[in-house]
Design a protein around this ligand. Structure first.
Ligand SMILES: Cc1cc2nc3c(=O)[nH]c(=O)nc-3n(C[C@H](O)[C@H](O)[C@H](O)COP(=O)(O)OP(=O)(O)OC[C@H]3O[C@@H](n4cnc5c(N)ncnc54)[C@H](O)[C@@H]3O)c2cc1C
Length: 368
């Protein structure tokens, strides 16, 4: 019997494991269906440390993102993980001034530091290759190597004596005694069981299915696929800031934005398309080229179609509630539903990577 089972070794499961390892020597088993950690949503995203400007001030997303942002910068400094606090510009045309002003006010309500509205001349000075009439500059946005961040959490967890069970899929769960019996299909296709007093469901794209092993009273996910296109090497190092359009409220995404990585290669994305059946298809459709060109060309006038080529895709786990495409995270210790010791983390889409350390700290505090 383990004290704690964590289902899913993505950034959220690993951040929880890290917090537990730093505070206690409780026994922990992390069960992961892939052959190593960080193969799910956490390895297919924009790697942006978000500021917290977008989210409803009363939401978990706002609270975890703003706390997690600062904790992530601190953690990266302590563990020497590559990070670039480059800041970002949310750009628009004159007719979008009201929307930009609303975003600015929301950022103020969320106490996001280092924000100001820029005019065309200031935008041009900061980003000569960007065309916009107005912009919101956010200084505390950055980019990070997510893989290095996860590797650091993993190392702390391993040094804490945690066990990892790979190529093993959780297929069932039942309350038993003062804990839970978890059924697993192992790498050989055989069924086995483990027991634990606490179970943390951090199963990303399958987190709703895992929760529903206990009953129907939990959110259901819809998948929203996001593709990226990369820009040719002639654009390498061409930008100093991440550049975003105003959010795409209809699809619940931040819009096709410009970001770059440690090597200064530039990419555009992610797009947003609902996936009808819940297949994990990561192909980047070539017929999206026109859409990427049109959206990128709006703020990068020098962009040409031949500069763009398909890069990679990720899938957002979206809780679909009351037709709201911008739902909050579902993070809950289910004791009120009759399941003490069971914690569900469902719908951890963006800004989940930014929020992971703060989420990890809270979940660990419920256990310890
Ligand atoms: C396109 C895109 C862009 C994004 N950009 C950003 C960004 O710039 N900044 C930001 O803060 N956030 C961003 N996000 C969100 C962020 O990537 C996620 O919130 C975060 O990675 C979720 O981590 P996770 O650990 O919950 O999920 P995952 O990384 O998917 O981990 C869950 C793990 O559970 C395992 N698993 C699933 N089912 C089972 C099972 N039954 N048994 C055993 N194991 C199981 C999976 O294999 C997986 O490894 C983005 C997301 C997407 C899709």
């Amino acid at each position: 019997m383990f004290d704690i089972v964590i289902i899913g070794a993505g950034i959220v499961g690993l951040a929880i494991a890290r917090s537990i390892a730093e505070q206690t020597d409780k026994s922990v088993l992390i069960i992961e269906k892939e052959e190593s950690f960080g193969r799910g949503i956490s390895s297919r995203n924009s790697e942006v440390i978000h500021s917290g400007i977008y989210y409803n001030p009363d939401s978990k997303k706002a609270a975890y993102c703003t706390r997690g942002r600062d904790m992530t910068y601190e953690f990266c400094k302590k563990y020497n993980i590559w990070v670039n606090r480059c800041g970002k510009l949310v750009v628009g045309k004159f007719h979008q001034s009201d929307d930009l002003e609303l975003l600015y006010k929301n950022a103020q309500r969320n106490n996001v530091p280092d924000i100001r509205i820029l005019d065309k001349r200031e935008i041009n000075t900061l980003e000569p290759k960007i065309e916009a009439d107005i912009a919101l500059q956010v200084g505390c946005t950055g980019i990070v190597s997510v893989h290095d961040l996860m590797a650091a959490f993993y190392k702390i967890s391993q040094e804490g004596g945690h066990d990892y069970l790979y190529k093993s899929t959780v297929v069932g769960a039942d309350p038993k005694g003062n804990g839970y019996e978890i059924s697993i299909q192992n790498a050989q296709g055989e069924l086995e069981t483990v027991s634990a007093e606490w179970v943390i469901n951090a199963a990303g794209l399958e987190s709703d299915w895992v929760a529903q092993m206990l009953g129907d009273d939990y959110p259901t996910l819809r998948y929203s696929k996001g593709c990226y296109y990369k820009l040719s090497s002639k654009w390498r190092g061409a930008f100093n800031h991440l550049v975003y359009p105003l959010p795409d409220k209809k699809h619940g995404s931040l819009g096709i934005h410009l970001s770059f990585d440690e090597s200064q290669m530039v990419k555009l994305g992610p797009s947003a398309h609902w996936v009808q059946d819940r297949t994990e298809d990561y192909d980047v459709e070539e017929n999206l080229l026109d859409q990427f060109f049109t959206e990128g060309h709006r703020y990068i006038p020098g962009l040409e179609k031949e500069d763009l080529s398909p890069d990679f895709a990720g899938i957002r786990p979206k809780i679909w509630m009351d037709e709201n495409p911008m739902p909050d995270f579902y993070i809950s210790h289910e004791e009120d539903k009759g399941f003490p010791g069971w914690v569900n983390l469902i719908g951890i889409e963006s800004p989940g990577l930014t929020s992971a350390i703060a989420i990890g700290e809270d979940v660990a505090s419920w256990i310890i």
